[in-house]
Each structure stands twice: as C-alpha cells, then as structure tokens.
Ligand binder design. Structure first.
Ligand code: G3I
Ligand code: 9MR
Length: 585
C-alpha cells in the first residue's frame, strides 16, 4: 500500500514537472519565431525569422492545425549582432487570406497572424488616434476614447513668462495663454522642436497621400467638419504652436514645468508652467511647419478662413527673427546659471542649427516659389544626407522640394543634384539588407540603436516610401515594409512595439496616463522608443546586444517611453503602406 502511495506521488510529481517543462519550452519556442504579429498582404512579401540552428523546415498552418504551405528554412548569410546565424522562412508565394500560425517542427508555432487586404488598417488608424489621447487642455471623452477617457489636463491659459524669455513688453511673470497641443511623450511638457518634426511628418503623410488620407476617419471631436481627420488632429498642435510666437517673431523653446511631474494623471498635475527662452532651433522649426501648413490649408478656405495667410505671415516673421538671431542655442546649464527658477525638463538642445535653416528656407521656397530663399541659405552645403530626427531636419526640406518637383524642377537649378543625392542615400540604406540576419533595413547597423531607435525604423521607412514614390521602383516599397515588419515583431526582442497590437506588445510604457489611470491596458496605438543598450534610466535591460536591449518596464524611459516624434514616422509608414498595398506585387 505504502509502495503504491509512493509510486502515485512520484507519478504526480513527474506529471507536474513534465507539464512545467513542456510549457517552458512552448513559451521559449514561440519566442524563437519572429514575425510581424499583425500580418501580411496577400501580394506582399512574407518573412519570419527562426532563432534555431537545428531547424530546417517550416509550415504555415491554419489556427485549426491544417497545413497550407511547406517550406525550407534558409540560413542567413550574416550573423545577428549577438553572433548567431538565423534561419529565414519565406512564404511570400502563399497568398490565401486567412488566420494562420507558422510552425517549425521541434520548436513551436508562432503567434497567430493574418493574411488579408488592408491588414494594417486598424493599426494605421490607431497610430494617428494616439495623438488624440496625447491632447492637452481638453477632456478625453468616452465616446472617442472608451475606457481611456480622462478629465481635461493642463488648461495652459495662464502660463508664466520665464525670466529667460522676458522682454520689456512681456516681463518675467507675465501671463500668456497657450492652450492645446499634444503632450510630448511620457511627460506633460510641450516642446516646439519636437513638435516641428512631428507635425511635419503628419502633414507630409497628407501631402503624399491626400486621397487616401481623406478616407481615414478617426472618431475625434472634429470628425465630420469637412476637413480630413488627419488635418483635424494635426491642427490641435499647430494652433498651440501659433501661441508660442512672441511679438518679435521669436518662438519659445518650450512650455514646461520646472521639473518632471510624478506619475500622476494630467488633471492632477497642476504645477506652474512657463514658456522658456526663445531659441533659433525652435523658431526655424516653427517657420518650416507654418510654411508647410500654409500651402496645405490654402486648399480649405471655407473650413479654415484666413488660416493659410496667418501661417505664412508668422512663418516669414519667424524666419526673419532667426536670421537676426542665428545663435540662440538652448542649453540648460548656461540658462540655469543665469536665470531662475531652474528648468530641468527635456532639453531638445541642438548646437548646430545649419540644418534647421535649410529646412525652413526649403519650406518657404516650396510654399512661395520665391527663389530668394534658396539664396538666403545654401540648401546643399555638402553631399551629406543624414536621416531625419528631432535634431537633424535637413532632409525634411529636401523631401518637400522633391515631392513638389512638378513646380520646382524647372526653376530650382540644383534640383537634379538633390534628386541624385537622395537616390544615392536611399540605395545605400537598402544595400546589403538581404544578407542580414533579420532582412530588414534598421538591423543592418548597430549605430541605429540609439534612444528612440523605433523612430529610426520609421524614418528609414518614410525615406524609402518617398524613394518609391519618386522612382516607381518597387524595391524601395518592399524594404520600407521590412521596417514595419521589424516594428511589429520581426526583431531582436520579439515584441510588437505598438501598444495594443500583436500578441506580445508593451504593457508598461513610460507614459504617465497609462501608469496612473486604473485601466490595465496602456493607451493604444503608441510605439515605444525601442531597443538601445545605454540604460540612461539605470534600469537593467535583459541583454545589451543593441537590438535586444529593451525592457517593458514603466521606469525604463530610455527604451520604453512613447513620444510624438516616434509615433509620427510609424503613422506615416503604416498609412503609406496601406495606401500603396495594391502596388506590392
Ligand atoms: O546620436 C548620438 C550618436 O551619435 C551617439 O553615438 C549615441 C551614443 O550614445 O548617442 C546618440 O545620441 C542620443 C540621442 O538621444 C539620439 O537621438 C543621446 O545619447 C541621447 O541622450 C539622446 O536622448 C534624447 C533624450 O531625450 C535625452 O535627452 C532623445 O533623443 C530624445 O528623444 C529624448 O526626448 C525626451 C524629452 O527630452 C522629454 N520628453 C520625453 C522625450 C522622449 O524620451
Ligand atoms: O519622465 C521623464 C521622461 O519623459 C524623460 O524622457 C526622461 C529623460 O529626460 O526623464 C523622465 O523623468 C525622470 C527624470 O529624468 C529622473 N527622475 C525620474 C523621472 C521619472 O522617471
């Protein structure tokens, strides 16, 4: 009897252990298959990466387990950053719409994915709707926001002039009204420099795909007013930017608390706010965006009477201020040494404003056609083509010139040169991608893995979409899609980096409302900063391999924050690909 009892206990323990091991393996196995967790277009490329040296074949199966496609895995030509070769599963030729998993014998099945037309449609909308959730100075209502509704935060109708921004007309402590705009990121401050590239990117999405973007409905308060919702949402920030210009044309660098708020909801964050120091960078970014706004809003005179004229007027005034004040550089240390109270929030400081001059002059040129702007500033000082970021805006001006080639080709003498340089840049970006371990553009270089690396993926994607639009060469479109696949799961961590999308996505972004509200799910449609190994936040990442250095921890602001300039290139890329999906074949 005792023997039987012992055997029984042994058997139960064995069963428990075996189940635990199996589950452990299963969980591990699913992580070894990296693919876009949202899905694929029937006619588009379809690739998964398998992290196993042993595996040699794969199949695609319906979620009920029926095999619909079999293929051989191919070893990558190069190792990943950790030194391991990957196995590549290519099922591009399988085109039947449906819901599937990818199975690798001895490993596991992947997360489920879909093959269908418009497969990224919901994500595309969410990437834009995310801006509604980031709005300051307005209640986020249940009918638009569902469970993420929240009271109005930061009215910003009584904002103090900081001593660094004081003039005789607006002495220190003067109150100005500067409501609206989007919160920058996980924090509640509003920064003109970062607004610049963010607004530009969203307006460019409209300029490049106006017909498609007119069909995109976001269910925001202004929906149905006769303007495309993309423009409605972007106007929320543009109207705030307009309030940031001083009477002399200079633009305040930021509207901010003295220090970052705690992890509280926006309506609870009621500390005094200041506008701080007029800077050359902010003023030029403002000029560029307002010049771009002018040419877009010119087409909506009934809905937006007078706005285009206002935008152009303030753009010119800002540009003139910057020409007269070319070295007003924001630096917190020099500023805090001279002025009080001390300001320690985000810097967006930039010691080189040559590119900001190029951008602003380019936009003013495109909008007005006045060739003088190309003489005021040398638009092509050298043959460098740096990928855009908040501090590097040169190419934004080039994009605008190139997309308006019809009007400009004839009278801009350097047009051919610019176009040639741009295509060389796009070719260099994609060269060698096929031999890499993940077959995507961002994972070609370790140096892409800096703070906000996911915006590098997005901005490369945007550049490649433009290269496709300008050349008609489909390879650019396909490589742009490779970076979307990266963002949605075909990457070094196995995360789909956009909240609420895919099977494994961030649950704890460094985003104050997502942390402080009582809703378990984070605000949807937000892309997190992404992998980079520096750990400026002192939160240990599980791996310091550049593309693996990420942690879903709400204290990890160096990899897991969200930001308006990171969502914008995602929004551009995914909406552009939705618009162009018919051309993937
Ligand atoms: O570009 C250099 C690269 O050349 C160098 O090799 C590498 C080595 O670390 O650094 C790269 O620069 C990094 C840069 O981000 C890349 O854009 C800096 O180290 C890094 O400190 C810098 O981080 C910025 C961060 O603020 C800290 O200042 C991010 O760009 C910027 O997006 C972020 O912005 C913050 C705002 O200040 C406040 N609101 C939230 C927002 C997002 O985190
Ligand atoms: O929340 C802040 C985030 O938006 C910034 O990107 C980051 C870097 O400037 O700083 C975060 O704030 C932290 C601060 O720098 C240090 N103390 C803790 C703050 C919250 O994590």
């Amino acid at each position: 009897m005792l023997m039987f009892k012992r055997l029984f206990i042994f058997f139960v323990v064995f069963l428990i252990l075996a189940t635990a091991i199996c589950y452990g393996q299963a969980d591990d196995g699913i992580q070894k298959i990296r693919l876009n967790q949202v899905g694929f277009y029937p006619d588009g490329p379809k690739i998964a990466i398998v992290l196993s040296a042993k595996a040699s074949s794969f199949s695609v199966q319906t979620t009920a387990g029926k095999v619909v496609f079999r293929g051989a895995l191919k070893k990558s030509l190069q190792p990943d950053f950790a030194g391991n070769y990957t196995r590549i599963a290519d099922f591009t030729s399988f085109r039947t719409p449906g819901k599937y998993v990818l199975n690798v014998p001895g490993i596991n099945s992947s997360y489920p994915f879909e093959i269908s037309e418009s497969v990224h449609n919901q994500l595309a909308n969410a990437s834009l709707k995310a801006y509604y959730f980031m709005r300051a100075s307005i209640p986020i209502e249940k009918k638009y926001a569902g469970k993420w509704a929240r009271p109005k935060g930061h009215p910003d109708e009584m904002v103090l002039i900081h001593s660094s921004a004081a003039t005789s007309q607006r002495p220190e402590g003067t109150l100005i009204s500067s409501p609206g705009g989007w919160y920058d990121a996980g924090d509640y401050n509003k920064y003109i420099v970062n607004s610049g590239i963010s607004v530009y990117t969203l307006l460019s999405l409209y300029e490049d795909f106006p017909e498609h973007m007119k069909t995109v409905k976001l269910n925001i308060p202004e929906s149905g007013n006769g303007l495309p919702d993309l423009l409605n949402e972007t106007l929320w920030n543009i109207r705030w930017m307009l309030t940031m210009q001083d009477d002399d044309g200079g633009v305040y660098h930021k509207l901010t608390n003295t220090e970052f708020d705690g992890m509280i909801m926006p309506d609870k964050a009621t500390k005094p706010r200041y506008v701080v120091m007029k800077s050359t960078a902010a003023t030029l970014d403002f000029a560029a965006v307002m010049a771009q706004s002018a040419r877009i809003f010119r087409n909506f005179p009934t809905q937006l009477p007078g706005l285009a004229d206002t935008c152009l007027r303030v753009a010119k005034k800002a540009f003139a201020w910057a020409r007269a004040n070319p070295r007003e550089l924001y630096n917190r240390y020099t500023m805090n040494a001279r002025f009080s109270p001390k300001i320690t929030t985000g810097d967006y400081g930039d010691n080189n404003v040559g590119d900001e001059f190029i951008w602003a002059a380019s936009e003013l040129y495109v909008t007005t056609g006045n060739v003088q702007y190309t003489k005021d500033v040398n638009l092509i000082p050298n043959d460098k083509m740096p990928l855009p970021s908040w501090s590097q805006v040169r190419l934004l001006g080039y994009y605008s010139i190139l997309r308006h080639s019809e009007q400009l080709r004839a009278h801009y003498p350097d047009f051919q040169k610019l176009q040639k340089q741009f295509f060389e840049f796009a070719e260099a970006m994609i060269a060698g991608t096929d031999s890499t371990a993940y077959k995507d553009v961002i994972q070609k270089k370790r140096s892409n893995f800096v703070w906000g690396s996911n915006s590098i993926a997005g901005n490369q994607g945007m550049a490649l979409i433009l290269a496709y639009k300008l050349s008609g060469n489909k390879k650019f479109l396909k490589y742009a899609l490779s970076n979307l696949d990266y963002l949605l799961g075909r990457n070094g961590t196995g995360y789909c980096y956009v909240t609420s999308y895919g099977s494994k996505s961030p649950m704890h972004p460094h985003h104050r409302p997502s942390i402080a509200d009582t809703v378990a799910d984070p605000v949807p449609g937000l892309v997190v900063g992404g992998a980079q190994p520096e750990m400026q936040d002192h939160i240990r990442v599980p791996s310091t391999v550049p593309d693996e250095a990420y942690i879903d921890d709400d204290k990890a602001y160096a990899t897991n924050e969200v930001a308006i300039n990171w969502n914008a290139p995602l929004a551009y890329l995914v909406n552009a690909i939705e618009a162009l999906q018919g051309q993937l074949q």
